[in-house]
Design a binder for this molecule. Structure first.
Ligand code: GLA
Length: 441
């Protein structure tokens, strides 16, 4: 039997705001500027997930954004992605988890109450897939819901009331990561439901990254750090500029909640799925990295373009996401759709995103002092998409094309003198085509 991609109507689920609404929110100045140098408050000792996992944001793949429940989500896809992770250098770049989303199981449990893998999609079962993925030095993730059924309309069993046996089954299969969704939750208190699964995962004794997916409905950034390694902060992303922008704006103000082992999750990447330009995908990837978001590739890499690989494997941008200090970048300003977001890095430098939300080129400026760097006679400025290094006495400025992001890494210190002075990456009025591409000056 083939599972159809139809989706149930769920009135309780949040819908992301459209592009227009998001733009209005920004124009109204809803996102409050925050001081980039202010230390992020950290939860008190003993209130974090005790599993010691995800000390940097998880990186990997999840099939949902590219396949939903369509037939191409199957064993061949999962193995193919694992192969590509190794062959194309993505594993070396840090991508580790290969995650199965909804629709891997059939609608009925077996006589012992166990979950059963869909025999058409996964004819050799989940354990065989786990073995394959592990043999490549990668890890396997799985999905279920903190409800009686998962989100797909086919009616696949959820784990509510079956937490301990389902968690044990996942552990027995060699699963390393669980995404725990929120559909059909029967109105049971979220903290109670997500605590039950946390306890069940701990009881297995297997290290399993715990991804809480209640769409931000119960403000998980206020309580989930003691339960899980990451929590969704919003409704589902889709492959459009408006959706990505709206989710980014909802996630940015939550910076104080993020840290090693406990991350805000603004949902999986859409890079490469075709609904945005490459400039917009570079913005998506830049901003997810500045927000220390999980980097879960959501496109089918078996058919991805070179441009998609180039974006997803930019190691200088990934290093911003994966910085061990674990700070989520904070908004310094967002006036007129000209965003400056700064992230403190473990080596004392700052990652600085100059993001242009508007439909025309914008000059976006800040300074080394404003992003929280100490006074110095000069600063080095690394452009993480152009891969060039310049120096500046303190001014940071670029003319950024529509929907583009210039992503910089700025450091104070004597090494600035080794580099030529900074000039604007593109001059006003020059024929800029795409951010992250060398402009024809
Ligand atoms: C919810 C989640 C999505 C995805 C689907 C699967 O919508 O938020 O990320 O897992 O369910 O049905």
């Amino acid at each position: 039997m083939r599972h159809l991609p139809s989706r149930p109507t769920r009135t309780s689920r949040p819908r992301v705001l459209g592009a227009l609404a998001a733009g209005l929110l920004c124009a109204a100045g809803v996102v409050a500027p925050a001081a980039a140098h202010a230390p992020a408050p950290s939860p008190a000792a003993g209130t974090r997930a005790a599993n010691g996992l995800a000390l940097t944001p998880p990186m990997g793949f999840n099939n949902w954004n590219s396949t939903h429940c369509r037939a191409e989500f199957d064993e061949a896809m999962v193995k193919g992605i694992a192969d590509i992770f190794v062959e194309k250098g993505l594993k070396d770049a840090g991508y580790e988890y290969v995650n199965l989303d909804d629709c891997w199981a059939v609608p009925e449990r077996d006589a012992e109450g166990k979950l059963v893998a869909d025999p058409v999609r996964f004819p050799h079962g989940i354990e065989a897939v786990a073995d394959y993925v592990h043999a490549k030095g990668l890890k396997l993730g799985i999905y279920t819901s903190a409800g009686t059924r998962t989100c797909d309309s086919v009616g696949i069993p959820g784990a509510l009331g079956h937490e301990f046996s389902d968690a044990q089954q996942f552990a027995d299969w060699g699963v390393d990561y669980l995404k725990y969704d929120n559909c059909n939750n029967q109105g049971v208190d979220a903290k109670k439901r997500y605590t039950a699964m946390r306890d069940a995962l701990v009881a297995t004794g297997r290290p399993i990254v715990y991804s809480i997916c209640e769409w931000g409905q119960n403000k998980p950034w206020e309580w989930a750090a003691e339960l899980g390694n990451l929590w969704r902060t919003t409704g589902d992303i889709n492959d459009s500029w408006g959706s990505m922008l709206s989710i980014m704006k909802q996630n940015l103000p939550l910076a104080a909640a993020a840290g090693p082992g406990h991350w805000n999750d603004p949902d999986m990447l859409e890079v490469g799925n075709g609904g945005m330009t490459d400039t917009e995908y570079r913005t998506h990837f830049s901003m997810w990295s500045v927000m220390a978001a999980p980097l879960l590739i959501g496109s089918d890499l078996r058919t991805a373009s070179q441009e998609t690989f180039d974006i997803l494997s930019n190691e200088e941008v990934i290093a911003v996401d994966q910085d061990p200090l674990g700070r989520q970048g904070e908004v310094l300003s967002s006036e007129g759709g000209r965003w400056v977001v700064a992230k403190e890095m473990g080596d004392g430098s700052r990652a600085v995103a100059l993001f242009n939300e508007t439909g025309s080129a914008q000059r976006i400026s800040t300074t080394a002092a404003a992003v929280g760097l100490p006074h110095a006679s000069g600063y080095t400025v690394r452009d993480l998409w152009e891969h060039t290094t310049r120096n500046t006495a303190g001014a940071l400025s670029a003319t950024v094309p529509a929907h583009g992001t210039v992503l910089l890494r700025v450091a104070a210190g004597h090494r600035w003198a080794a580099h030529p002075p900074a000039v604007e990456l593109a001059l006003e009025g020059s024929p800029l085509v795409e951010a992250g591409r060398t402009a024809a000056l």
